[in-house]
Design a protein around this ligand. Structure first.
Ligand SMILES: Cc1ncc(COP(=O)(O)O)c(C=O)c1O
Length: 425
């Protein structure tokens, strides 16, 4: 059967995509406890690589248990070497500019504070209303403490996409910092990194990107695109586990210009001299606060080595094909049932997830888990996010998940759901 003779609503279409998928073998390198489950939530917490279990067990036994404190001779600079791996595999970043450390939120605070104070006299900070909550809340606190004015571009309509024209309207010589997510956490819209970065730079401002929903699924070219600063996590498409360390990228070009507010002992040039007075390391270590989670770093090492091996260009191609399949199934099945979609249709303007909206999204997302063994997540007010995590998800899994979703909506079986009091959605 040729691909063109089969429609997306025929399961064979997805089976054929799997048969031709150059990344297909990677799914077996993840731990899958329930083969009947459609896990379409790798954009929230990625599946666990099988190798990670061995790597962590070895670390516990051969390093922590046996080497004890002497292990620090080799662990001490791992935030930098693992940062370099993330930079190489996923960010288009040369060595010496990426640190794997702390949480995305802490890194965001550190870099935004440093950026604002590097532009003395400027008092405006720009972000958008659809940005991830932690970013907006941290900016509120920073602006309060540093006496700045926070301007949130209203992009709550449509795709939650900040165009160059929209940003340009807010730029002037009072702007110290612009910060946006590379991919919007709710709509999945992918911003134009080089265009928006250069606009902000022309206005004399610094730009901090948050790439949490982009890292490991869309290729980024930070060095080539002139990105100054970025943060992100490793537990989504990075498959490094719940609470695994985040990362920060600081381009070599501006490292000397910036000082983060928490100047911890790992940033000290001669760290073990333990001397009086802070004398910052001139390298990326000058941005590190303190001891890294070595277990967390090994989880990143395991997962990002796989990403590097598979290559981000192949991964991104599969994300584009997988989300196209979702759009085709949406058009045939879900739109007629009263769903709409808020993710851009152009493959270059999205990453690995699409988001549909329906007035009963909350109960539908619970019914997906309870009645159909499909894991997706609900986001306020009426959104369901559905993702393909290219290394860990097959096309058939996406197809089956959408098939079960349309059954739940068409039979209205979600009406049986009692909304629980869980804090997590
Ligand atoms: C875009 C974005 N930024 C920041 C965060 C916060 O990450 P953390 O809890 O690791 O600080 C998240 C978490 O999902 C996120 O999606």
């Amino acid at each position: 059967m040729s691909k063109s003779s089969v429609s997306a609503i025929d399961r064979d279409y997805a089976v054929q995509l799997d048969a031709n998928d150059s990344l297909a073998q990677y799914k077996s390198r993840f731990y899958i406890a329930d083969l009947n489950q459609c896990y379409l939530d790798g954009n929230s917490l990625g599946r666990m690589p099988v190798a990670t279990q061995t790597i962590i067990n070895q670390f516990l036994q051969d390093e922590w248990a046996t080497q004890l404190v002497e292990g620090w001779n080799t662990w001490i600079d791992e935030a930098q070497s693992v940062g370099d791996l993330i930079g190489r595999a996923a960010l288009g970043a040369a060595p010496g500019q990426t640190l794997a450390i702390d949480t995305t939120s802490v890194n965001f605070y550190q870099l935004c504070h440093a950026a604002i104070t590097a532009r003395p006299g400027r008092r405006t900070v720009i972000s958008d209303t659809s940005n991830f909550p932690t970013d907006r809340y941290i900016l509120e606190g920073l602006c309060r403490d540093l006496g700045c004015n926070l301007v949130l571009i209203d992009d709550s309509d449509g795709h939650e996409y900040v165009t160059a024209e929209k940003l340009a309207q807010h730029l002037n010589d009072d702007v110290a910092l612009v910060t946006l997510s590379v991919i919007q956490y709710r709509s999945g819209a992918l911003h134009d990194i080089p265009r928006l970065t250069s606009l902000a730079r022309e206005a004399g401002a610094l730009f901090v990107w948050d790439a949490s929903h982009a890292v490991g699924v869309v290729p980024m070219k930070f060095d080539a695109d002139g990105v100054d600063l970025c943060v992100g996590c490793t537990y989504k498409y990075g498959n490094s586990g719940p609470g695994s360390p985040g990362w920060m990228y600081v381009s070599t070009a501006i490292q000397q210009e910036l000082q983060v507010p928490i100047q911890g002992w790992f940033a000290q040039n001669d760290q073990f001299a333990m001397a009086q007075g802070f004398d910052r390391s001139p390298t990326i270590r000058g941005f590190q606060i303190a001891s890294p989670s070595v277990i967390g770093l090994r989880c990143i090492q395991s997962a990002f080595s796989m990403i590097e091996e598979a290559t981000l260009s192949e991964i991104a191609m599969k994300a584009a094909t997988g989300t196209k399949l979702m759009f085709e199934l949406f058009d045939h099945w879900l739109q007629p049932l009263g769903c709409s979609v808020i993710t851009p249709r152009e493959a270059q303007q999205r990453g690995g997830h699409i988001t549909i909206s329906h007035p009963e999204a909350r109960r539908i997302s619970i019914a997906l888990r309870e009645q159909a063994n499909v894991i997706a997540d609900y986001r306020q007010p009426d959104c369901i996010r559905l993702a393909i995590s290219p290394l860990a998800t097959s096309y058939s899994e996406v197809w089956d998940g959408f098939d079960r979703l349309r059954n739940i909506i068409s039979t209205k079986s979600y009406e049986q759901v009692v909304v629980s009091g869980s804090r997590v959605t």
